[in-house]
Design a binder for this molecule. Sequence first.
Ligand code: AQP
Length: 334
Amino acid sequence: TPRIFSGIQPSGGLTLGNYLGALKRFAALQGDQAQTIYCVVDLHAITVWQDPETLRRNTREATAAFMAAGVDPARSVLFNQSQVTAHAELAWLFNTVARVGWMYRMTQFKDKAGKNSENASLGLLAYPALMAADILAYQATAVPVGEDQKQHLELTRDIAAKFNHDYKVEHFPITEPLIEGVATRVMSLRDGTKKMSKSDPSDASRINLTDDADAIAQKIRKARTDADPLPGSIDGLKDRPEARNLVNIYAALADETPDQVLARFEGQGFGAFKPALAEVAVAAMSPITAKMSEYMADPAEIDRILGKGAERASEIATPILERTKDIMGILRSR
Ligand code: AQP
Protein backbone atom coordinates (compact mmCIF):
# COMPACT_ATOMS: atom_id res chain seq x y z
CA THR A 1 0.00 0.00 0.00
CA PRO A 2 1.20 3.54 -0.75
CA ARG A 3 2.39 5.55 2.20
CA ILE A 4 1.31 9.14 2.82
CA PHE A 5 3.24 11.43 5.17
CA SER A 6 2.61 15.03 6.18
CA GLY A 7 3.24 17.36 9.10
CA ILE A 8 2.35 20.64 10.72
CA GLN A 9 4.58 22.92 12.77
CA PRO A 10 3.53 23.79 16.32
CA SER A 11 4.89 27.29 15.76
CA GLY A 12 1.68 28.98 16.90
CA GLY A 13 -2.04 28.37 16.97
CA LEU A 14 -3.29 26.71 13.78
CA THR A 15 -5.31 28.65 11.23
CA LEU A 16 -8.11 28.11 8.77
CA GLY A 17 -5.33 27.86 6.14
CA ASN A 18 -3.80 24.89 7.96
CA TYR A 19 -7.25 23.34 8.30
CA LEU A 20 -8.34 23.68 4.67
CA GLY A 21 -4.90 23.22 3.08
CA ALA A 22 -3.81 20.37 5.32
CA LEU A 23 -5.85 18.92 8.22
CA LYS A 24 -9.14 18.47 6.39
CA ARG A 25 -7.39 16.64 3.57
CA PHE A 26 -5.28 14.56 5.97
CA ALA A 27 -8.48 13.21 7.49
CA ALA A 28 -10.02 12.50 4.07
CA LEU A 29 -6.97 10.51 2.94
CA GLN A 30 -7.35 7.95 5.72
CA GLY A 31 -8.60 4.60 4.49
CA ASP A 32 -7.64 1.27 3.03
CA GLN A 33 -6.02 2.83 -0.04
CA ALA A 34 -2.96 4.10 1.83
CA GLN A 35 -1.17 4.13 5.17
CA THR A 36 -1.30 7.65 6.60
CA ILE A 37 1.45 9.02 8.86
CA TYR A 38 0.95 12.47 10.39
CA CYS A 39 3.40 14.39 12.48
CA VAL A 40 3.58 17.50 14.65
CA VAL A 41 6.98 18.75 13.55
CA ASP A 42 8.38 20.34 16.69
CA LEU A 43 12.01 20.14 15.48
CA HIS A 44 10.99 22.34 12.56
CA ALA A 45 9.24 24.84 14.81
CA ILE A 46 12.42 25.54 16.82
CA THR A 47 14.29 26.76 13.74
CA VAL A 48 12.72 30.04 14.90
CA TRP A 49 12.96 30.61 18.68
CA GLN A 50 9.96 29.26 20.63
CA ASP A 51 9.08 29.89 24.23
CA PRO A 52 9.43 26.41 25.83
CA GLU A 53 6.12 26.40 27.71
CA THR A 54 4.28 27.74 24.65
CA LEU A 55 5.91 25.13 22.42
CA ARG A 56 4.71 22.31 24.70
CA ARG A 57 1.21 23.75 24.64
CA ASN A 58 1.21 24.28 20.88
CA THR A 59 2.42 20.72 20.32
CA ARG A 60 -0.52 19.36 22.30
CA GLU A 61 -2.90 21.82 20.64
CA ALA A 62 -1.77 20.82 17.14
CA THR A 63 -2.34 17.18 18.10
CA ALA A 64 -5.81 18.09 19.35
CA ALA A 65 -6.45 19.90 16.05
CA PHE A 66 -5.46 16.84 14.03
CA MET A 67 -7.91 14.70 15.98
CA ALA A 68 -10.67 17.33 15.98
CA ALA A 69 -10.35 17.55 12.20
CA GLY A 70 -10.92 13.80 11.97
CA VAL A 71 -7.44 12.27 12.05
CA ASP A 72 -7.99 9.08 14.05
CA PRO A 73 -4.90 7.82 15.93
CA ALA A 74 -6.19 4.29 15.45
CA ARG A 75 -6.28 4.64 11.65
CA SER A 76 -3.28 6.93 11.18
CA VAL A 77 0.10 7.08 12.86
CA LEU A 78 -0.01 10.37 14.80
CA PHE A 79 3.04 11.56 16.78
CA ASN A 80 5.47 14.41 17.37
CA GLN A 81 8.67 14.44 15.36
CA SER A 82 11.23 14.75 18.17
CA GLN A 83 10.12 11.48 19.80
CA VAL A 84 11.22 9.51 16.74
CA THR A 85 14.98 10.01 16.60
CA ALA A 86 15.22 8.63 13.06
CA HIS A 87 14.10 12.06 11.77
CA ALA A 88 17.09 13.92 13.23
CA GLU A 89 19.55 11.15 12.35
CA LEU A 90 18.43 10.89 8.75
CA ALA A 91 18.43 14.69 8.49
CA TRP A 92 22.13 14.69 9.34
CA LEU A 93 22.82 12.09 6.65
CA PHE A 94 20.88 14.26 4.19
CA ASN A 95 22.88 17.33 5.24
CA THR A 96 25.81 15.56 3.61
CA VAL A 97 23.83 14.86 0.42
CA ALA A 98 22.09 18.22 -0.09
CA ARG A 99 24.06 21.18 -1.41
CA VAL A 100 24.31 24.56 0.32
CA GLY A 101 23.18 26.34 -2.86
CA TRP A 102 19.91 24.38 -2.90
CA MET A 103 19.08 25.71 0.54
CA TYR A 104 19.85 29.35 -0.23
CA ARG A 105 17.40 29.21 -3.14
CA MET A 106 14.39 28.35 -0.94
CA THR A 107 11.88 31.22 -0.90
CA GLN A 108 10.67 30.29 2.60
CA PHE A 109 14.23 30.69 3.92
CA LYS A 110 14.51 34.08 2.24
CA ASP A 111 11.13 35.17 3.65
CA LYS A 112 11.74 33.94 7.18
CA ALA A 113 15.40 34.93 7.41
CA GLY A 114 14.63 38.45 6.22
CA LYS A 115 17.32 40.97 5.33
CA ASN A 116 19.84 39.83 7.90
CA SER A 117 20.04 36.21 6.73
CA GLU A 118 23.53 35.72 8.25
CA ASN A 119 21.79 35.90 11.60
CA ALA A 120 19.19 33.19 10.86
CA SER A 121 19.64 29.86 12.65
CA LEU A 122 21.57 27.21 10.77
CA GLY A 123 18.50 25.02 11.29
CA LEU A 124 16.31 27.43 9.35
CA LEU A 125 18.64 27.08 6.38
CA ALA A 126 18.79 23.28 6.69
CA TYR A 127 15.01 23.00 7.27
CA PRO A 128 14.32 21.26 3.92
CA ALA A 129 16.85 18.49 4.66
CA LEU A 130 14.95 17.70 7.85
CA MET A 131 11.71 17.78 5.89
CA ALA A 132 13.18 15.33 3.39
CA ALA A 133 14.12 13.10 6.34
CA ASP A 134 10.56 13.29 7.73
CA ILE A 135 9.18 12.00 4.46
CA LEU A 136 11.88 9.57 3.41
CA ALA A 137 12.26 7.96 6.85
CA TYR A 138 8.99 6.25 5.90
CA GLN A 139 9.79 5.96 2.18
CA ALA A 140 6.54 7.88 1.74
CA THR A 141 5.32 8.09 -1.82
CA ALA A 142 2.88 11.00 -1.50
CA VAL A 143 2.75 14.15 0.61
CA PRO A 144 -0.41 16.26 0.88
CA VAL A 145 0.61 19.90 1.34
CA GLY A 146 -0.46 23.43 0.53
CA GLU A 147 0.95 25.29 -2.45
CA ASP A 148 3.60 27.02 -0.28
CA GLN A 149 5.40 23.74 0.37
CA LYS A 150 5.86 22.80 -3.28
CA GLN A 151 9.44 24.07 -3.50
CA HIS A 152 10.49 22.17 -0.37
CA LEU A 153 8.98 19.00 -1.77
CA GLU A 154 10.98 19.39 -4.95
CA LEU A 155 14.06 19.54 -2.78
CA THR A 156 13.03 16.27 -1.11
CA ARG A 157 12.87 14.73 -4.57
CA ASP A 158 16.31 16.15 -5.40
CA ILE A 159 17.81 14.70 -2.21
CA ALA A 160 16.25 11.27 -2.88
CA ALA A 161 17.49 11.28 -6.47
CA LYS A 162 21.01 12.41 -5.53
CA PHE A 163 21.25 9.80 -2.77
CA ASN A 164 20.10 7.04 -5.15
CA HIS A 165 22.55 8.27 -7.79
CA ASP A 166 25.56 8.77 -5.49
CA TYR A 167 25.19 5.34 -3.90
CA LYS A 168 23.91 3.57 -7.05
CA VAL A 169 20.75 2.28 -5.35
CA GLU A 170 16.98 2.53 -5.76
CA HIS A 171 16.50 3.14 -2.05
CA PHE A 172 14.37 6.28 -1.73
CA PRO A 173 11.16 6.89 -3.70
CA ILE A 174 10.70 10.10 -5.66
CA THR A 175 7.79 11.48 -3.63
CA GLU A 176 4.76 13.05 -5.29
CA PRO A 177 3.19 16.21 -3.85
CA LEU A 178 -0.60 16.10 -3.46
CA ILE A 179 -1.70 19.70 -3.94
CA GLU A 180 -5.42 19.55 -4.60
CA GLY A 181 -8.65 21.43 -4.09
CA VAL A 182 -9.62 25.10 -4.06
CA ALA A 183 -7.92 25.87 -0.75
CA THR A 184 -4.31 24.97 -1.45
CA ARG A 185 -3.45 28.60 -0.72
CA VAL A 186 -5.76 30.40 1.70
CA MET A 187 -4.81 34.08 1.77
CA SER A 188 -4.66 36.64 4.57
CA LEU A 189 -7.95 38.39 5.37
CA ARG A 190 -6.07 41.72 5.36
CA ASP A 191 -4.04 41.26 2.17
CA GLY A 192 -5.15 38.98 -0.66
CA THR A 193 -1.59 38.63 -1.95
CA LYS A 194 -0.18 37.18 1.29
CA LYS A 195 -0.73 33.66 2.58
CA MET A 196 -2.79 33.27 5.76
CA SER A 197 -0.16 32.38 8.33
CA LYS A 198 -0.07 31.49 12.01
CA SER A 199 2.94 33.75 12.51
CA ASP A 200 1.47 36.89 10.88
CA PRO A 201 1.67 39.66 13.52
CA SER A 202 -1.94 40.69 12.75
CA ASP A 203 -4.51 38.42 14.41
CA ALA A 204 -7.19 39.96 12.16
CA SER A 205 -5.38 38.47 9.13
CA ARG A 206 -6.37 34.91 10.04
CA ILE A 207 -9.07 32.72 11.53
CA ASN A 208 -7.59 30.64 14.33
CA LEU A 209 -8.93 27.16 15.05
CA THR A 210 -9.53 28.40 18.60
CA ASP A 211 -11.60 31.46 17.56
CA ASP A 212 -15.20 31.46 18.82
CA ALA A 213 -18.22 32.22 16.62
CA ASP A 214 -18.17 35.95 17.42
CA ALA A 215 -14.49 36.30 16.58
CA ILE A 216 -14.95 34.44 13.29
CA ALA A 217 -17.93 36.59 12.28
CA GLN A 218 -16.12 39.78 13.22
CA LYS A 219 -12.95 38.91 11.31
CA ILE A 220 -14.97 38.07 8.20
CA ARG A 221 -16.98 41.29 8.54
CA LYS A 222 -13.75 43.28 8.70
CA ALA A 223 -11.96 41.32 5.97
CA ARG A 224 -10.60 43.50 3.20
CA THR A 225 -12.70 43.45 0.02
CA ASP A 226 -13.72 45.73 -2.82
CA ALA A 227 -16.99 47.46 -3.62
CA ASP A 228 -17.87 45.60 -6.84
CA PRO A 229 -20.65 43.04 -7.10
CA LEU A 230 -19.73 39.36 -7.46
CA PRO A 231 -19.49 37.87 -10.96
CA GLY A 232 -21.14 34.61 -12.04
CA SER A 233 -17.89 32.63 -12.25
CA ILE A 234 -14.45 32.53 -10.62
CA ASP A 235 -12.76 33.69 -13.86
CA GLY A 236 -14.29 37.10 -13.20
CA LEU A 237 -12.22 37.41 -10.00
CA LYS A 238 -8.76 37.19 -11.58
CA ASP A 239 -7.74 40.69 -10.55
CA ARG A 240 -9.62 40.74 -7.24
CA PRO A 241 -7.47 38.62 -4.90
CA GLU A 242 -9.38 39.43 -1.69
CA ALA A 243 -12.74 38.63 -3.26
CA ARG A 244 -11.40 35.45 -4.83
CA ASN A 245 -9.99 34.34 -1.50
CA LEU A 246 -13.31 34.71 0.32
CA VAL A 247 -15.16 32.83 -2.41
CA ASN A 248 -12.58 30.03 -2.33
CA ILE A 249 -12.84 29.79 1.46
CA TYR A 250 -16.62 29.55 1.20
CA ALA A 251 -16.36 26.84 -1.45
CA ALA A 252 -13.82 24.80 0.52
CA LEU A 253 -15.85 25.00 3.74
CA ALA A 254 -19.11 24.09 2.02
CA ASP A 255 -17.55 21.38 -0.19
CA GLU A 256 -18.70 23.16 -3.32
CA THR A 257 -16.90 24.57 -6.34
CA PRO A 258 -16.31 28.35 -6.46
CA ASP A 259 -18.59 28.52 -9.51
CA GLN A 260 -21.41 26.82 -7.61
CA VAL A 261 -21.04 29.41 -4.86
CA LEU A 262 -20.97 32.31 -7.31
CA ALA A 263 -24.03 31.02 -9.15
CA ARG A 264 -26.00 31.89 -6.00
CA PHE A 265 -24.33 35.25 -5.30
CA GLU A 266 -23.96 36.66 -8.81
CA GLY A 267 -24.69 40.39 -8.83
CA GLN A 268 -24.63 40.70 -5.04
CA GLY A 269 -22.05 42.61 -3.01
CA PHE A 270 -20.09 41.73 0.10
CA GLY A 271 -22.84 43.12 2.31
CA ALA A 272 -24.74 39.94 1.42
CA PHE A 273 -21.82 37.58 0.92
CA LYS A 274 -19.93 38.15 4.16
CA PRO A 275 -22.74 37.21 6.58
CA ALA A 276 -23.38 34.06 4.51
CA LEU A 277 -19.68 33.19 4.64
CA ALA A 278 -19.59 33.83 8.38
CA GLU A 279 -22.48 31.42 8.84
CA VAL A 280 -20.81 28.68 6.80
CA ALA A 281 -17.49 29.24 8.60
CA VAL A 282 -19.02 29.11 12.07
CA ALA A 283 -21.01 25.98 11.19
CA ALA A 284 -17.90 24.22 9.90
CA MET A 285 -15.43 25.40 12.52
CA SER A 286 -17.43 25.39 15.77
CA PRO A 287 -17.53 21.60 16.16
CA ILE A 288 -13.77 21.47 15.56
CA THR A 289 -13.07 24.20 18.10
CA ALA A 290 -15.28 22.44 20.62
CA LYS A 291 -13.57 19.07 20.13
CA MET A 292 -10.15 20.70 20.39
CA SER A 293 -10.95 22.12 23.79
CA GLU A 294 -12.30 18.77 24.93
CA TYR A 295 -9.01 17.10 23.99
CA MET A 296 -7.01 19.92 25.55
CA ALA A 297 -8.78 19.33 28.87
CA ASP A 298 -6.78 16.08 29.19
CA PRO A 299 -3.14 16.82 28.28
CA ALA A 300 -1.93 13.53 29.77
CA GLU A 301 -4.10 11.63 27.31
CA ILE A 302 -2.65 13.63 24.40
CA ASP A 303 0.86 12.83 25.61
CA ARG A 304 -0.06 9.16 25.79
CA ILE A 305 -1.42 9.19 22.23
CA LEU A 306 1.75 10.88 20.96
CA GLY A 307 3.92 8.34 22.76
CA LYS A 308 2.04 5.40 21.25
CA GLY A 309 2.17 7.02 17.82
CA ALA A 310 5.92 7.54 18.17
CA GLU A 311 6.41 3.83 18.92
CA ARG A 312 4.51 2.84 15.79
CA ALA A 313 6.38 5.41 13.70
CA SER A 314 9.76 4.17 14.99
CA GLU A 315 8.90 0.63 13.99
CA ILE A 316 8.57 1.80 10.39
CA ALA A 317 11.43 4.31 10.32
CA THR A 318 14.17 2.40 12.17
CA PRO A 319 14.75 -0.35 9.58
CA ILE A 320 14.74 2.25 6.79
CA LEU A 321 17.32 4.33 8.66
CA GLU A 322 19.48 1.27 9.31
CA ARG A 323 19.37 0.28 5.66
CA THR A 324 20.36 3.84 4.74
CA LYS A 325 23.37 3.66 7.07
CA ASP A 326 24.39 0.32 5.60
CA ILE A 327 24.23 1.76 2.09
CA MET A 328 26.45 4.67 3.15
CA GLY A 329 28.98 2.49 4.91
CA ILE A 330 28.14 3.73 8.40
CA LEU A 331 29.18 0.85 10.64
CA ARG A 332 26.72 -0.40 13.24
CA SER A 333 27.13 -3.32 15.61
CA ARG A 334 24.59 -6.06 15.14
N1 AQP B 1 -2.63 29.68 4.03
C1 AQP B 1 -2.56 28.39 3.75
N2 AQP B 1 -3.34 27.84 2.81
C2 AQP B 1 -3.27 26.52 2.53
N3 AQP B 1 -2.44 25.67 3.16
C3 AQP B 1 -1.64 26.18 4.12
N4 AQP B 1 -0.73 25.62 4.93
C4 AQP B 1 -0.21 26.56 5.74
N5 AQP B 1 -0.77 27.75 5.47
C5 AQP B 1 -1.66 27.55 4.47
C6 AQP B 1 -0.38 24.21 4.92
O1 AQP B 1 -0.40 23.72 6.24
C7 AQP B 1 0.59 22.71 6.38
C8 AQP B 1 1.40 22.96 7.59
O2 AQP B 1 2.15 24.13 7.49
P1 AQP B 1 3.28 24.40 8.55
O3 AQP B 1 2.67 24.48 9.88
O4 AQP B 1 4.35 23.41 8.42
O5 AQP B 1 3.91 25.75 8.20
P2 AQP B 1 3.67 26.82 7.15
O6 AQP B 1 3.34 26.27 5.83
O7 AQP B 1 4.86 27.68 7.20
O8 AQP B 1 2.36 27.48 7.75
P3 AQP B 1 2.19 28.84 8.47
O9 AQP B 1 0.84 28.84 9.07
O10 AQP B 1 2.54 29.95 7.55
O11 AQP B 1 3.23 28.77 9.65
P4 AQP B 1 4.37 29.79 9.97
O12 AQP B 1 3.68 31.09 10.11
O13 AQP B 1 4.97 29.29 11.24
O14 AQP B 1 5.31 29.74 8.82
C9 AQP B 1 1.39 22.69 5.11
O15 AQP B 1 0.94 21.62 4.30
C10 AQP B 1 1.05 24.00 4.48
O16 AQP B 1 1.16 23.94 3.07
